[in-house]
Design a protein around this ligand. Structure first.
Ligand code: SAJ
Length: 445
């Protein structure tokens, strides 16, 4: 849970009244927690979303996303009158832009939401305001999109209004903790912008706050996610390589990670979500000729679902009447988010191929929210299937026992069942590995 860090009364830069009213545009996975945290810190917060159903849900004290503890926080701050939602902005001291920056078919940023959100606040922007872009954005977005669309020509940047990019860096599933505890980067359009916005973040962030320019902040955020993507790509490539060697990739990684300077991430069915599978492309797009590694990592991760589908084909071919239980649709464990999910991509492909009957299980999504496939309970999926494909490592799947899985063919893309007794030992092909002197290092059984 969040606790009051300092709050609006604690910030009053020289010569200015404290900023008390905040308008957060975009009430999704980042905007809603941000709005709720600021409200909890004592600000008067108006959250804005173009979807009337989202606005109605929040004003009723409920939430439309799954995130631990967010429901109780929103219920409380709405009940206490500290947060309310609207379909259009209003005058405020501080404006946050927390809208999506999706990717187009040709791997370029779609900045139409940033543009629209910026336009929507323009009539309300006044001297003394802070305008903060939190959405992950390509280099130069603050300068080239936010400023021309949000700031009236009559106001001087860094003198009348203060504009900065402060990228969100929270991990879904830990948003309320990380939004307050993580270090933050404040990249202002001018040093005065940086200072004013940094002072504001100090009122609700407990982590260190680092000052820089807008363009450096934009690039740094993209680099963080590209770093993770490249490292996951290494793990995914390794998992395919280990399969070819007839070895268990998870065991190799576990052993290699005992080395003091090795820390390999975990292979999976691919990389999803609206961040890591998207943001590296913004760097590639910014300078394609110097980013071959980032591009290759993206391609490796995007190819991983096809490898999993290949494994399911092989398993289905070995069973007379295959019933394929697909466990998980979300992009990662214990969230309800299906955006760019490799698990969903795999299930769609399997449904199209008609390899056998499918049982699809996603415990965090209801049949009303998701109508593309019928959803089954964990129990029914396990009982009905002779092939189980673990796609997303949700808690209910991690809790399955050897008994639950006995007699099934298992394709465990995340390695969560490998230590259960039922796991079929990895086949060891006749493979001789020799060292430089011709000695056999390991002869497979
Ligand atoms: N994944 C693996 N193996 C791993 C780790 C992750 O296959 O070892 C997969 C996940 O299953 C998922 C994808 O990668 O499909 C991304 O998941 P994630 O947990 O790595 O990251 P996100 O997308 O939920 O959140 C990331 C975070 N960035 C970094 O850790 C550098 C978060 O801090 C950012 O705020 C967020 O992106 C964002 O909004 O940009």
């Amino acid at each position: 849970m969040t606790h009051l860090v300092q709050g609006p009364g604690g910030f009053s830069p020289a010569g200015q009244p404290p900023r008390r009213k905040v308008c957060v545009v975009g009430l999704g996975y980042i905007g809603l927690p941000t709005a709720a945290i600021l409200a909890d810190c004592g600000y008067e917060v108006v959250g804005v979303d173009v979807r009337p159903d989202v606005v109605a849900t929040i004003n009723a004290g409920r939430i439309h996303v799954v995130e631990p503890h967010l429901d109780t926080l929103v219920e409380r701050v709405v009940r206490e009158g500290k947060l309310r939602a609207e379909t259009s902005p209003c005058e405020a001291d501080v404006f946050f832009l927390c809208v999506p920056t999706p990717i187009t078919e040709d791997h370029r940023a779609d900045l139409s939401y940033v543009e629209a959100a910026s336009e929507s606040i323009k009539p309300y922007v006044r001297a003394g305001n802070l305008i903060i872009l939190e959405s992950t954005s390509p280099p130069r977005t603050t300068e080239d999109v936010v400023i021309p669309h949000a700031i009236p020509d009559s106001l001087a940047i860094g003198e009348d209004v203060y504009v900065a990019h402060c990228p969100e860096r929270v991990l879904p599933g830990r948003i309320l903790i990380e939004a307050v505890e993580n270090d933050r980067i404040v990249g202002g359009m001018t040093p005065a912008c940086t200072q004013q916005v940094l002072d504001f973040y100090r009122t609700f962030v407990r982590g260190d706050i680092h000052a820089t320019s807008a363009i450096t902040a934009e690039a740094t955020k993209l680099v963080e996610n590209a770093f993770r993507d490249v490292n996951i790509a290494f793990a995914n490539e390794l998992s395919i390589l280990a399969g070819k060697l007839g070895a268990d990739p998870f065991e190799i990684i576990e052993l290699a990670n005992h080395h003091p300077r090795v820390n390999i991430l975990t292979p999976g069915p691919g990389v999803g979500g609206h961040c890591i599978s998207v943001d590296p492309w913004f760097l590639v797009d910014a300078a394609p000729e110097v980013t071959p590694l980032i591009r290759t990592a993206r391609n490796v991760n995007d190819s991983k679902p096809h490898f999993v589908i290949e494994q399911v084909r092989a398993a289905a071919a070995a069973v007379e009447t295959p019933v394929i239980g697909c466990l998980g649709l979300a992009y990662k464990s214990d969230v309800d988010d299906l955006r760019e999910s490799p698990s969903l991509e795999i299930v769609r492909e399997l449904a199209g191929e008609g390899l056998g009957e499918l049982r699809v299980c996603e415990p965090y999504v209801t049949a009303e929210q998701f109508t593309e496939f019928p959803l089954h309970s964990v129990e029914d999926t396990i009982a009905d299937s002779n092939i189980l494909v673990l796609l997303t490592d949700h808690k209910p799947f991690r809790e399955l026992t050897a008994n639950d899985l006995a007699g099934k063919q298992l394709i465990d893309t995340r390695g969560i069942w490998r230590k259960l007794a039922v796991q079929t030992p990895v086949a060891r092909p006749s493979l001789h590995v020799e060292d430089d002197h011709g000695d056999v290092l390991r002869r497979a059984a």
